[in-house]
Write a protein that binds this ligand. Structure first.
Ligand code: GDG
Length: 495
């Protein structure tokens, strides 16, 4: 059997079936985009689901990566993926924007499927290899894998937020999930606040001590090891966006998009998976009110909203789509003219070239997430603006806000504040646009996705090269000399 020294484990493989069903092609999306450069250079293996239920695919090589498909039955997809991952963990970890559903049968399926992923990773990883587990669908894999293969160095990256303790505590399986994650040597989060929330949950629920970024975890031999829980903000392959933005045909396409919209003075853009975390409704409300108040008009400005189809079998998403489409219909009915539209709504997915053309056409980019781990779209927009023009309106509830202070930061719940900032963005003088955009672009270019994976893998290599004890010593040495943190005993948590 082929084995690899470096293995990524993610819910999905980085490929989709071609439309004819015969071959494979690289799939779009945040994670694949982020890991593509790492996999290319590492000649690693990738364990994940191929995307079709009840279909077993033998391992195969694609673009220099060994792909190991994990089979999911239709019932696994329903219970583990659509159920526990997307209807329990996703809403809970995004601050309960939608109500999480807790079902024991979903949890049982989640445990079973995580076990299957862990086994596949254990089988494909070479002696003393490195495994990097991705995201919330696989939170139990680190512990399971450590039990099967104590020789491995295990990393885990959490792409979505980790909620405050008061919310996390709702989860009926809160202890098991924390223990699952603590099977990793390094647990990466998007924001410092996420790592802090995680450490606090560990102190409250498991009573382990934490010291700076280190968590003291009892090991199988009755000793303790240190797990590192820290922020590693993800980024994008900025150069690839710059290259696309420089192409004359993409710049030409941006002009056509503008003409197609009737040459409004300003184009506003939203690009999101159709998800309740993205704040699309708040954005539409603000835009609708600006038109109603007469502060904006359709001849002057148009909002283009790309809402790519997502999780269409989960009820909350079906409802969201209905609501959004009704709102768009209403606003357009009220304000469209025969030549101009208030909102050009596109419930479709586009090739990356078209996305960059849209970024180039957009004078104002609206990222109004109610909660978002990072939000790569914000970074893609600024990377694409090679002309140093355009304004990013960015929710402070997106992880990207920690790094992108030169954006117009907004609280999407404050509709009046959001309206004011949209107007400020529309009217912003070119010099101020340039000043802000240059600072934003510098940050994204200085910290691209390769830096992200390098930072994470470097932290992991401390554990790989040294014994866990030596790694623990290093973490303690690098520490600020503070005393370990303990939480007060809370009787309701006992047992
Ligand atoms: C999760 C976390 C975190 C979207 N529509 C199309 C398209 N996209 C691309 C975007 C971007 C990606 O998909 C979406 O990434 P985001 O970061 O915006 O959001 P999530 O999908 O929710 O991702 C998030 C991320 O993981 C990475 O850690 O930032 O917080 O929720 O790259 O451009 N791409 C193309 N056509 C589309 O129609 N080609």
């Amino acid at each position: 059997m082929t084995q690899a020294d470096f293995v990524v484990v993610a819910n999905r493989l980085p490929v989709d079936r071609t439309p004819d069903g015969e071959g494979w092609r690289r799939s779009p999306g945040g994670l694949v985009t982020a890991l593509e450069p790492v996999m290319r250079s590492a000649e690693g293996a990738w364990v994940g689901w191929a995307g079709q239920a009840d279909v077993t695919v033998e391992p195969f090589d694609f673009d220099g990566t060994h792909l190991v498909p994990v089979t999911l039955s239709a019932s696994d997809v329903q219970l583990y993926y659509e159920g526990f991952s997307n209807d329990t963990i996703w809403p809970l970890y995004h601050d309960v924007i939608a109500e999480p559903t807790y079902k024991r049968a979903w949890w049982d399926a989640y445990v079973k499927v995580n076990q299957r992923f862990a086994q596949a990773a254990a089988d494909v990883t070479a002696d003393s290899g490195i495994v990097w587990v991705q995201d919330y669908q696989l939170q139990l894999v680190p512990k399971m894998l450590r039990e099967m293969r104590p020789d491995l160095t295990i990393g885990y990256f959490h792409h979505i937020p980790f909620p405050a303790y008061g919310l996390y505590a709702q989860l009926p399986w809160r202890k098991q999930v924390l223990e699952g994650l603590l099977g990793a040597d390094v647990i990466g989060f998007q924001r410092v606040a996420d790592a802090g929330n995680f450490a606090r949950a560990v102190r409250r629920q498991l009573r382990y001590e934490t010291k700076a970024s280190g968590i003291l975890v009892p090991d199988a031999e009755g000793g303790t090891r240190v797990a590192l829980a820290k922020a590693f903000p993800i980024s994008i392959d900025a150069e690839s966006y710059i290259e696309l933005a420089q192409k004359p045909e993409i710049q030409q396409r941006a002009k056509e998009i503008r003409e197609g919209l009737g040459n409004p003075r300003k184009i506003l853009l939203g690009v999101d998976r159709l998800d309740y975390t993205k704040g699309i409704r708040h954005r539409l409300k603000a835009w609708g009110e600006l038109l109603e108040d007469g502060r904006a008009s359709v001849e002057d400005a148009t909002l283009v909203q790309v809402a790519s189809p997502s999780r269409e079998r989960v009820e909350a998403y079906v409802q969201l789509r209905d609501e959004i489409e009704m709102t768009v219909g209403r606003i357009n009915g009220d304000y469209d003219t025969t030549t101009h539209t208030a909102i050009r709504y596109l419930h479709q997915s586009y090739p990356r070239e078209e996305m960059v053309a849209l970024f180039l056409a957009a004078d104002v980019m609206l990222v109004t997430a109610l909660r978002d781990g990072m939000n790569l779209v914000a970074k893609e927009y600024v990377a694409s603006r090679i002309d140093n023009r355009g304004v990013l309106v960015l929710s402070e509830f997106a992880g990207a806000a920690d790094e992108m202070g030169s954006a117009l930061l907004i609280n999407p719940h404050d509709i009046d504040g959001l309206k004011d900032q949209i107007m400020r963005a529309i009217d912003m003088p070119a010099a101020e646009q340039g000043r802000r955009m240059r600072a934003l672009r510098k940050r994204v270019r200085d910290h691209d996705v390769e830096d992200w994976s390098q930072d994470f893998l470097e932290a992991l290599s401390v554990f790989h090269e040294k014994s866990s004890r030596a790694a623990a010593e290093q973490i303690t040495r690098d520490d600020d000399g503070s005393t370990p943190e303990r939480e007060p005993i809370d009787e309701t948590d006992a047992g």
